[in-house]
Design a protein around this ligand. Structure first.
Ligand code: ADP
Ligand code: ASP
Ligand code: MG
Length: 478
């Protein structure tokens, strides 16, 4: 069971989450817990680190003060007596470490991704200690587990990938004996370590991945991801308040949804469980009795063509054009190889019919890196005019319309782009996946919410399509 930031955001929330775990353990299940940092804590740590790097000592101290107050308050409300003393010692030690790292960065004025990864998981370190103490207060046998002992990754600091076999071995050594002794392991989410013990993080929002990686490594029967909405919805409820909860989706659909912006599950979280066929539940920790969404291997064909609409709100379009007499395939081939080496995810790409131009739609944070890579890789071609200067179109958003039922259904594209046009929005680029699982298109970022709402209304609002009766209206708790 993984609990996200809002599900452990305060003493009250931790108590609620711990009682969910305790109840399941008491009814005879082995439970392994993975926790995120308290809500907004990773953002706070990151901004304190950045203030330190930039030499802004006052802002850094202010950030550290907020972190201290937040954790001291939570701990004060969570435990009493002897258990409070032990817990306070752990939390204080972590806060001190945080302070020391920040002071060092203030002096150095810079930090490598590896150094950042040593500090960013400290929020999870504190929340895992708080959660363990709370479970013990409830009468459960629980034990804190440092993720560096169990989750083995490569050394891509800031965006590490797991080594499942090595993780499995570590889990056999660390987690299995705890479960055999009737303990509930409480593991820090978000981070792991290389085989030589250097701490790594799995990317922002990566605690979902921690849960699915560990679930796969211990052959869990199910992975439950507890969050602040009722499950996977037909759209982000912050944008579409009338979005509905999907009772079931497939692994393939979940991968597409998360890749194209559905924050409810991390974009790299699905595949470890998918490979082993382990079902994943997304559930609301504020309303644990609600059914949630079950992510499964396959589903019977849906009556509805479109299942969900999602958006990546910060994207860019990078266009590369060659001179017409150039062997473009070789040029573009080299580019894709480089993007692979740089671990860049292209949201979608388009190639013109005359085949001399390539458009890459990228996440905004990747844009500068890709432009620099192109300029380095094609220095000579750019200099001699074989390639035209790279064109970058910023401030765009990508909208993805998803659903396995779109395959073979006529007229979806026509309806979709009529809706976009009725809203007076022009489409900057478009692609339909070969699997026909999604249609992606780019629009100007300022209109993204309007388009998502209009598309949702057209395909997914109650009454517009023959919605399955099982769909239930959602409630957001934040
Ligand atoms: P946690 O802290 O539990 O990991 P996140 O904030 O990472 O939670 O993810 C949950 C949020 O994802 C929800 O509050 C919701 O606003 C957002 N979200 C975006 N798209 C969707 C969607 N299609 N279904 C459900 N939630 C979504
Ligand atoms: N705390 C980390 C973050 O905010 C990981 C997570 O919550 O999933 O990115
Ligand atoms: Mg999350």
């Amino acid at each position: 069971m993984k609990f996200g930031g809002t599900s452990v955001g305060s003493a009250e929330r931790i108590r609620q989450a711990a009682s969910i775990v305790h109840e399941h353990a008491r009814s005879g299940n082995d439970v392994v817990v993975v926790v995120s940092a308290l809500s907004k804590v990773t953002d706070l740590i990151l901004s304190a680190l950045n203030s330190a790097r930039l030499g802004q000592g006052k802002e850094m101290e202010e950030g550290l003060k907020q972190l201290r107050q937040r954790h001291e308050q939570t701990l004060g409300q969570l435990c009493q007596g002897e258990s409070k003393k032990a817990l306070a010692a752990e939390v204080q030690a972590t806060l001190k470490r945080l302070q020391e790292f920040c002071s060092a960065l203030l002096l150095l004025g810079s930090a490598t991704p590896q150094v950042m990864d040593m500090v960013l998981p400290l929020g999870e370190q504190m929340s895992a200690h708080l959660f363990t103490a709370c479970l013990k207060e409830l009468g459960a046998r629980a034990a804190f587990v440092d993720s560096a002992r169990v989750l083995v990754t490569d050394d891509k600091f800031g965006d590490a990938s797991p080594d499942l076999e090595a993780t499995r071995r570590q889990c056999r050594e660390v987690i299995a004996p705890m479960l055999n002794q009737g303990q509930i392991p409480v593991v820090m989410g978000y981070s792991g370590a290389t085989p030589s013990g250097q701490v790594t993080t799995l990317g922002r929002g990566g605690s979902d991945s921690s849960a699915t990686i560990l679930g796969a490594a211990i052959d869990a029967h199910e992975v439950w991801i507890w969050t602040d909405v009722d499950g996977v919805l037909t759209a982000d409820p912050r944008v579409c308040p009338d979005a509905l909860t999907l009772p079931e989706i497939t692994f393939a659909e979940a991968i597409e949804l998360s890749y194209y912006g559905a924050k409810v599950i991390h974009r790299k979280a699905i595949w470890p469980t998918m490979e082993r066929g382990i079902p994943v539940w997304i559930k609301n920790s504020f309303q644990p009795q609600r059914p949630g969404t079950k992510i499964v291997e396959s589903l019977p064909p849906s009556e509805r063509a479109v299942k969900a609409v999602t958006a990546v709100t910060e994207a860019s379009l990078v266009t590369l054009t060659t001179r017409r007499d150039v062997h473009f395939a070789e040029v573009f081939g080299r580019l894709f190889l480089r993007l692979g080496h740089e671990h860049v995810d292209v949201l979608f790409s388009t190639q013109s019919s005359s085949e001399d131009s390539l458009g890459l739609v990228l996440r905004q944070p990747d844009t500068e890196r890709v432009v620099h890579a192109i300029q380095r890789l094609f220095r000579t071609e750019l200099k001699h005019g074989v390639l035209n200067p790279v064109a970058v179109h910023r401030d765009i958003a990508v909208i993805a319309v998803l659903g396995s039922g779109m395959k073979g259904t006529c007229g979806i594209l026509g309806r979709l782009f009529s809706v976009v046009a009725r809203n007076n929005v022009s489409v900057i680029a478009v692609a339909q996946g070969a699997s026909e699982l999604n249609i992606c298109f780019a629009v100007t970022a300022s209109r993204v919410d309007d388009v998502v709402r209009a598309v949702h209304h057209e395909f997914l609002s109650p009454g517009r399509e023959s919605l399955a009766a099982a769909l239930v209206p959602p409630r957001r708790e934040r």
